[in-house]
Design a protein around this ligand. Structure first.
Ligand code: GDP
Ligand code: IMO
Ligand code: MG
Length: 422
């Protein structure tokens, strides 16, 4: 069953852990959008590994790892990640990098920082150049991974782009970006990557013909989708199901199943509305219990209760077949667990996610309260062992969202996962 795994919240739902758990049953794992703004944590032989561009299936030596053309690639970052993975003993001789993946260039990173520090646009981005790189794609000026393989061509294209960006930087009162040593470093990275560069679309279509099983690894989460998220506090790609198709060149018929990942509570990094956010001591406590610090930037994550209105919206938008619920163990020992079941605003009470992005900042959540549990869930491996209050919470999540819970994660390790049969 070709399966898509998508984050249903504001990212960091535990996609790395879930993909690593699931990937054992697949022949290929594919990243299709986002870039090194992603930070996917996997525990491998007891060591914490954070992946930014490499698919989280690399820990299975026979699994093909694909970075498709929807991903924006910072080649120096990718080379470093490959080297780090090899230092862990992973061979990584089964990696395919799309020649058509747009490059993140030094100008993009510069402008991301300039915009973030300006008074015009404070999104709280990862400052990795993601937005400006996707802007170049839409603006029809992007350079691509394949360009790195032709030195004279790359040098002349990047020189033209440098002129364009240095005008912009000058207008912002910023010094120009020197072409060297960056251009040479990019070309050297291109040489390192050359054996892996290819046509990811053709490779995936072949895999489909050969009936190999493909796992698609989403980055970020649905509420950060450029079109469907909490705009403008979003990332610059389609993090929802549509991104699979535009980012790989496969048809919707290639997908048999959509698994949506959500924490048992909620987190968000960066600016933007977050109706169920917990402040003060309560928030600090949940942040510490869940160790909620960004895998990419180290920023403390904002934390809050599960927002079922938003989660149901994400389930519907993506056609989620089943939920992979993570970090339920983090709620162990709380007297009470809460989840938002409606929003209240000037317009009254609503169970619908507002269609105007800005409207979310004006809503007050209506909470439903659930009794907590004392049992430590980390050691449980069967759903029957779950304490009744935890079970009641899960049943309500499934009923409210209309999606069954297929997997439950109760810890960071691969083994700390419970499969729930229909
Ligand atoms: P991703 O971006 O969706 O891959 O998520 P991150 O890796 O950024 O953040 C999720 C964090 O939660 C990581 O530190 C994981 O190791 C951790 N994690 C994942 N699942 C669980 C779980 O079920 N319980 C606990 N306690 N931690 C988890
Ligand atoms: P993973 O894949 C959480 C957030 C940033 C910011 C907004 C835009 O680990 O879940 P960007 O740098 O993409 O232009 O920033 O999106 N953001 C993430 N938040 N997890 C991520 O990835 C994120 N990637 C981007 O914090 O609010
Ligand atoms: Mg993350």
């Amino acid at each position: 069953m070709n399966t898509v795994v998508l984050g249903l919240q504001w990212g960091d739902e535990g996609k790395g852990k879930a993909i690593d758990y699931l990937a054992g049953g697949f022949d290929a794992v594919v990243r299709f959008q986002g870039g090194h703004n992603a930070g996917h944590t996997v525990y491998y032989r007891g060591r914490k590994v954070v992946l930014h561009l490499l698919p989280s299936g690399i820990f299975y030596p026979d699994c093909l790892a694909v970075i498709a053309h929807g991903v924006v690639v910072q080649p120096l970052q990718l080379v470093e990640e490959i080297r780090n993975a090899r230092a862990l003993g992973l061979r990584l001789d089964n990696l395919v990098l799309s020649a058509n993946a747009p490059l993140i260039l030094p100008f993009h990173q510069r402008l991301d920082v300039v915009f973030e520090d300006s008074r015009y646009q404070r999104i709280g981005t990862t400052r990795r150049g993601i937005g400006p790189a996707y802007e170049d794609v839409v603006g029809r000026r992007a350079l691509f991974v394949g360009d790195l393989l032709d030195e004279p061509g790359f040098r002349s294209k990047i020189a033209v782009l440098a002129e364009y960006y240095n005008r912009l930087l000058a207008a912002w009162g910023q010094p120009a970006e020197a072409l060297e040593p960056a251009a040479s470093a990019y070309l050297a990275a291109g040489e390192f990557l050359r054996p892996m560069v290819g046509d990811s679309g053709a490779c995936l279509r072949r895999a489909l013909r050969e009936r190999r099983k493909i796992l698609f690894e989403g980055a970020q989460g649905s509420l950060l989708d450029i079109h469907l998220g909490t705009y403008p506090f979003v990332t610059s790609s389609n993090t929802t199901i549509a991104g699979v198709f535009s980012g790989t060149g496969l048809s919707p018929k290639a997908v048999d199943r959509v698994i949506g990942i959500s924490k048992a509570y909620a987190t968000r990094v960066g600016e933007g509305p977050f109706p169920t956010e917990l402040g003060g001591k309560e928030g600090e406590r949940l942040r510490e219990l869940g160790n909620e610090y960004g895998a990419t930037t180290g920023r403390p994550r904002r934390v809050g209760w599960l927002d079922l209105v938003a989660l149901r919206h994400a389930v519907q938008v993506n056609g989620v077949d089943s939920l992979f619920l993570t970090k339920l163990d983090v709620l162990d020992g709380l007297d009470e667990v809460r989840a938002a079941v409606a929003y209240e605003s000037g317009g009254g009470r609503s169970e619908d996610f507002p269609c105007l992005a800005g409207a979310l900042s004006g809503v007050r959540p209506v909470f439903r309260s659930f009794p907590g549990w004392r049992t430590k869930l980390g050691g449980l491996r069967r759903i029957a062992e779950l304490p009744a209050p935890a079970r009641a919470y899960l049943d309500f999540v499934a009923e409210f969202t209309g999606a069954r819970i297929g997997h439950l994660s109760v810890g960071t390790e691969r083994e700390q996962t419970i499969e729930i049969q229909d």
